[in-house]
Design a protein around this ligand. Structure first.
Ligand SMILES: C[S@@+](CC[C@H](N)C(=O)[O-])C[C@H]1O[C@@H](n2cnc3c(N)ncnc32)[C@H](O)[C@@H]1O
Ligand SMILES: [Zn+2]
Ligand SMILES: [Zn+2]
Ligand SMILES: [Zn+2]
Length: 889
C-alpha cells in the first residue's frame, strides 16, 4: 500500500500528550474559541490538530503566510520521509495550508474538527443533530467586527443592564452606599410529615471558607436565627453572637443521602425528600445569606439577610408578575429523560428551574438582545447570554473553599440542589460567570479567531507561537456553494457547510471528502439532547423565526445516536443498544461513501466497558471499514487519584480506518491470534519504556486495539470452530489472551522475586479498586489454578456477598503478626503499618527481605503512592548497612 496516510504509519503520541495534558487544564488559555459556550465532552484542539495534520499531509502541502518565503530558503523544517513520517511533528506549530482539501465531521458537537480544519485552510463540512451545537459552532467560526460587538454590548448595558443591576443591591456593612450583591444563598424547605413544621434542607451550616487562604476562619450560619457569623473551626462547637445558640456547623444539618430529619419534633423521623415533594410539591425556597461587593471600599464579604434584601426580591416578583407574558421566557415542559434527576424534585417546566428575579432579569436581557439590529452581532450576544444561563439558575451550588459559584453542568446530568446559589445576572466588578464576564469570554474567543496562536511546551515551560492566518468561516447551508465567492465580495469564498440534522443521511456528493475526522457519541456517556434542551428553550425565543431547526419545542430525541435503555418506560422513544449500533453504522456508512478513494476516517473513542467498544467497532466494520491503526492518547479525564478509578482505562484511543475495497480471504482465528499477541506485547513494552504506568485496563485496551488492527482486515471472513467470529467474541477472546499470556508474564517476573501468591495478588487484585466482583476475580484466577478462597484465607481479601473487599495494611497488621509464614505482601503491608505507627526504625528487622522490598516497590507503582517507595528505600538501605555491620563481626 503506497498511499498510506501518515496517521496510518505513526502518530506522535508522547509529543501531543505533553501539550494535551496542559491544554486539558487550561482550555481557556490554549484555545479560547472552544470556551465560548458549553458543549459536553469536547475533545482537545491539540489532539485534533495533530490528527488533521497526520491525516492530510503529503508532499504537496504548503506552509502558509509570511513564513513561506523563508521556508523555501531554510527555516529549519526537515524533509519528511513519508514511509516513516516522524519528522512531520516539526510542522505542528506551522501555519499549514491544505488549500482546498475537504474534511467532514458527521458528529460535529462542539466543532473541534471544523475550527481546526479552517485553521489549516481546508474546506469543512460539519453535520450535527443538535441545533444548539449547530448554533455554537456557527458562531465559533463566523467572523465579527469586535468594535461592533463592543458598541452593541455598551448599548445593551444602557438599555437594560442598569435596570438589571438595580435588582442586585444590598445594604453595605462598610459604607453608606449600597453594595452589589454577588451571590444570594437559598435553601429548600419541606414540611415535616410528623409535625408539619418547615425543615430547611441544610446539609450542614457552613457557608464558605475565609476568602484568603492565609485566614483560618469560616463563615457559618446559625441554625436558630440564620445569623451569618464567623468561627475558627466549623467542625467544633461555636456559639451564635446574636442569639447565643450553641451548635457545631458541620453536624447541625438535617439532610443526608436523599433523606431529611426534622429538628423540631422529638422523634426526629427520617423522611425521603422525593416522597415529600410528591406529597407537598416542589420545595419552597428561603433566602438566608448574601455575598456582597462594595465598589467604594473594594471589600467582599458574607452577611445575613435583612428586610431590604427580601423587599428587593419581592419587587422583582411583582414586576415579573406584570411582565411574564411579554418577556421572552421559556415555559416549555421538560423532557422526561432517564438522566434527569430534577423531575423527581418537582421541576417540570423550564421556567421552574429559575427564581423570579432570574426569570425577570434574564427575560429583560434576552429581550434587549433580540432588539439588536445586526443579525450576526445579535447572535454573538445571544451566545454569551445562553452560556450565562449555566450559572444563573437554581441548580448551581457554591464552592465553599473556592468562594465562587459552580455551573449546573459539573457532571453530564442535571441534579437538584438543596442549597442553590443565585448569581448576579449582569455582573459586578467582582463576580464570575455573569453576563458581563461571559461576554468577555466570548469576545476573547473571537479575538483568538482573528489572531490565533499555538501553545507548546519547551523545557517544561509553556510557550506561545503566534499564527499568521485567521480562523474565518464563511458558512453556507448549501454544500455546492463551497468554493464560490461570498456575495459580491471578491476575496472571501464559502468554506464551511454546517448542517443540522441526522448524519444518517448526508446530502453531499459521494467521493468528495479527503478525510473524515470525528468523535462519535460514546454509547451511553452523555444524553446530549436532554442536556442541550436547557439552552435550546432560551435560544429558540430569538432564533425560531430565523432558522427552522429552532421551530420544534425541544431538540430532536428519536434519531439521536445514544444508548439509553433506562429511559424505556419514562421516555417516548426507546433507544437501546441496537438503536445505537444501527444509527452509528448508518453514519459510518455515509462517511465511507463520501470519502474519496484512499481517504481515511479517524475518530477518538473512550469507554471503560467492553460493550461500549464492541458496539462501536461492530459499526465501523459493518460500514465497510477496516482498522489500519490505533493509538492511545491523553483524554480529558486522566489524573484521577480516586482508588476506584485506578483499574479504568486511562487512554482515549484514536482509531484510524479505511474502506475495505474487496472481500478479504477467509482466515481462521487461530492463525491470526499469535500475530495479535505479538503486536500487543510490543506496544506494551514500548509504552512502559516511555515511562507509563499501565494498569490491567490499559493493557486490555492496548491489546484490544492491536486485535482490531489484525481482525478487522479479515472481517467478516474470520472463521472459528466452523462459524464466523463476531467482534464481540473476538474482544472477549482477547480478554483471555491478556489474562493468559500477558498477565502470565507479569506474574512470572514478580514470581522470581517473591512467592507466587503475593505475585498473583499484586498482579490481579491490586489496581482494581477497593471492592472486586467475586466472580470476575475467580474467573481470572482460575486460569492460574488458584482459588479466590486462598487469598481470603491469607486475610488479603474479605468476602461480602458477591464482592470482595481488599484489606489495607492497617486492618491486616494484627493478622500478620500472628502468621507463622508471612508472605512477601504480608511483610510489605506490615512495614507500612510500622511506618504509620511510627515504629518502623525500631522494628523493621525481621520483616524485610528481598521479596518484601520488591512487593513494596510494586505497591508504590500500582497504588501510585510514593510512601511505599520511601519505605522500600529506607529498609533496603538499613538492611545493607546492617549486613555490613554483621559481616564485620
Ligand atoms: C461525542 S459528541 C462530539 C463531541 C465533539 N467532537 C466535540 O469535540 O465537542 C457526539 C455528537 O454527536 C451528536 N449526534 C448524536 N446523534 C447524531 C445523529 N444521528 N446525527 C448527527 N449527530 C448526532 C450529538 O449531538 C453530539 O454532539
Ligand atoms: Zn460600601
Ligand atoms: Zn417535625
Ligand atoms: Zn443565632
Amino acid at each position: 500500500m503506497n498511499d498510506r496516510r501518515p496517521i496510518e504509519v505513526s502518530f506522535p503520541i508522547e509529543e501531543v500528550n505533553t501539550i494535551a495534558e496542559r491544554e486539558a487544564h487550561a482550555k481557556r488559555y490554549y484555545r479560547p474559541v472552544y470556551t465560548m459556550h458549553k458543549w459536553w465532552a469536547r475533545r482537545l484542539g491539540s489532539v485534533f490538530r495533530t490528527m488533521l495534520i497526520y491525516a492530510l499531509a503529503d508532499e504537496d502541502m504548503n506552509v502558509a503566510g509570511l513564513r513561506q518565503a523563508t521556508f523555501a530558503e531554510n527555516n529549519g523544517l526537515p524533509e519528511v520521509d513519508w514511509d516513516s513520517p516522524d519528522s512531520l511533528w516539526e510542522y505542528y506549530l506551522e501555519d499549514l495550508d491544505f488549500d482546498g482539501k475537504t474534511v467532514l465531521d458527521p458528529f460535529m458537537g462542539g466543532g473541534t474538527t471544523i475550527v481546526e480544519s479552517l485553521r489549516m485552510g481546508c474546506n469543512a463540512i460539519g453535520s450535527e443533530l443538535n441545533p444548539v451545537a449547530w448554533f455554537v459552532v456557527k458562531k465559533e467560526v463566523e467572523p465579527v467586527n469586535l468594535d461592533e460587538l463592543d458598541s452593541a454590548y455598551n448599548k445593551l448595558e444602557e438599555d437594560v443592564g442598569q435596570e438589571i443591576q438595580d435588582y442586585y443591591r444590598t445594604e453595605c456593612p462598610h459604607c453608606d452606599e449600597h453594595a452589589d450583591a454577588m451571590y444570594y444563598f437559598w435553601v429548600d424547605e419541606l414540611p415535616c410529615r410528623n409535625c408539619g413544621e418547615n425543615v430547611p434542607l441544610f446539609k450542614d451550616y457552613r457557608l464558605a471558607n475565609a476568602r484568603s487562604s492565609k485566614d483560618s476562619f469560616y463563615h457559618v450560619v446559625c441554625p436558630d436565627c440564620w445569623n451569618v457569623h464567623t468561627t475558627d473551626d466549623y467542625r467544633t462547637e461555636t456559639s451564635c453572637p446574636d442569639c447565643t445558640h450553641e451548635y457545631t456547623p458541620s453536624d447541625a444539618g438535617h439532610v443526608s443521602r436523599g433523606k431529611y430529619t426534622c429538628p423540631h419534633c422529638d422523634e426526629h423521623p427520617e423522611m425521603s425528600i422525593i416522597e415529600s415533594v410528591k406529597r407537598f410539591g416542589r420545595a419552597e425556597k428561603s433566602l438566608f445569606a448574601v455575598e456582597y461587593y462594595c465598589p467604594e471600599t473594594e471589600k467582599k464579604g458574607y452577611k445575613s439577610v435583612t428586610e431590604f434584601d427580601r423587599e428587593l426580591f419581592e419587587a422583582a416578583e411583582e414586576e415579573l408578575g406584570e411582565k411574564m407574558d411579554s418577556l421572552p421566557i421559556p415555559t416549555t415542559e421538560r423532557y422526561r429523560g432517564s438522566s434527569d434527576r430534577a423531575r423527581n424534585h418537582g421541576y417540570e417546566r423550564y421556567d421552574q428551574m429559575f427564581n423570579d428575579r432570574q426569570l425577570l432579569c434574564l427575560g429583560k436581557l434576552l429581550d434587549g438582545i433580540s432588539q439588536i439590529e445586526d443579525q450576526n452581532v445579535k447572535e454573538f450576544l445571544l451566545l454569551a447570554f445562553s452560556d450565562t444561563t449555566t450559572f444563573n439558575n437554581m441548580f448551581c451550588e457554591y464552592h465553599t473553599s473556592a468562594n465562587k459559584i459552580q455551573g449546573m453542568y459539573k457532571r453530564h446530568t442535571i441534579t437538584a440542589r438543596h442549597t442553590p446559589v443565585e448569581n448576579n445576572v449582569w455582573g459586578t466588578d467582582a463576580g464570575a460567570a455573569t453576563f458581563s464576564t461571559e461576554f468577555e469570554k466570548m469576545r476573547a474567543g473571537k479575538e483568538f479567531c482573528l489572531n490565533p496562536y499555538e501553545k507548546y511546551v519547551e523545557d517544561g515551560e509553556t510557550k506561545q507561537r503566534d499564527g499568521v492566518g485567521k480562523i474565518e468561516g464563511f458558512v453556507t447551508d448549501n454544500p455546492d456553494k463551497i468554493g464560490e465567492p461570498v456575495g459580491d465580495s471578491t476575496d472571501a469564498t464559502y468554506n464551511v457547510h454546517l448542517r443540522c440534522g441526522t448524519s444518517e443521511y448526508l446530502p453531499i456528493d459521494d467521493n468528495s471528502v479527503d478525510a473524515v475526522i470525528t468523535d462519535p457519541p460514546y454509547f451511553d456517556n452523555v444524553m446530549y439532547s436532554e442536556t442541550a434542551d436547557f439552552y435550546y428553550v432560551w435560544l429558540k425565543q430569538v432564533l425560531e423565526d430565523e432558522y427552522e431547526h429552532f421551530t420544534a419545542d425541544l431538540t430532536p430525541k428519536a434519531s439521536e445516536i445514544v444508548s439509553d435503555p433506562a429511559g424505556e418506560d419514562s421516555v417516548d422513544t426507546y433507544r437501546d443498544k441496537d438503536h445505537f449500533v444501527t444509527g452509528l453504522t448508518n453514519v459510518f456508512d455515509q462517511a465511507n461513501q463520501k470519502l474519496k478513494e484512499g481517504g481515511i476516517m479517524a475518530f477518538t473513542f473512550h469507554h471503560k466497558e467492553t460493550e461500549g467498544w464492541s458496539t462501536v467497532l461492530q459499526s465501523v466494520l459493518d460500514a465497510g471499514f477496516y482498522v489500519t491503526a490505533l493509538y492511545p492518547i491523553r483524554g480529558e479525564m486522566r489524573g484521577s487519584t480516586h482508588i476506584h478509578d485506578k483499574a479504568n482505562i486511562e487512554y482515549d484511543m484514536i482509531v484510524v480506518c479505511r474502506d475495505r475495497e474487496e472481500q478479504p480471504e477467509e482466515v481462521s482465528w487461530r492463525s491470526i491470534e499469535d500475530d495479535i499477541y505479538f503486536r500487543a506485547s510490543q506496544e506494551i513494552e514500548r509504552l512502559e519504556q516511555s515511562g507509563s504506568r499501565l494498569t490491567q485496563g490499559d493493557i486490555f485496551a492496548v491489546t484490544m486495539g492491536k486485535c482490531l488492527e489484525v481482525f478487522s482486515q479479515h472481517y467478516p471472513s474470520v472463521t472459528h470452530k466452523g462459524g464466523t467470529m463476531s467482534v464481540e467474541k473476538a474482544l472477549e477472546t482477547i480478554r483471555g489472551i491478556v489474562d493468559e499470556q500477558l498477565m502470565e508474564e507479569r506474574v512470572q517476573i514478580l514470581g522470581d522475586e517473591m512467592d507466587t501468591l503475593s505475585a498473583i495478588y499484586l498482579t490481579y487484585v491490586l489496581g482494581r479498586g477497593g471492592s472486586i466482583s467475586y466472580n470476575a476475580l475467580n474467573k481470572d484466577l482460575r486460569t492460574r489454578g488458584i482459588d479466590v478462597a486462598e487469598l481470603v484465607r491469607e486475610g488479603l481479601l474479605e468476602q461480602e456477598g458477591d464482592s470482595l473487599n481488599v484489606l489495607g495494611p492497617l486492618r491486616r497488621a494484627e493478622r500478620i503478626e500472628n502468621k507463622r509464614n508471612p508472605l512477601a505482601i504480608d511483610k510489605a503491608h506490615y512495614l507500612r503499618y510500622l511506618f504509620e505507627a511510627d515504629k518502623l526504625s525500631q522494628q523493621f528487622g525481621k520483616w524485610t527481605d528481598e521479596g518484601a522490598i520488591a512487593a513494596l516497590r510494586r505497591l508504590a507503582d500500582i497504588e501510585n503512592d510514593d510512601e511505599y517507595a520511601n519505605i522500600a528505600d529506607y529498609v533496603a538501605e538499613r538492611t545493607d548497612t546492617q549486613l555490613e555491620f554483621d559481616d564485620f563481626f
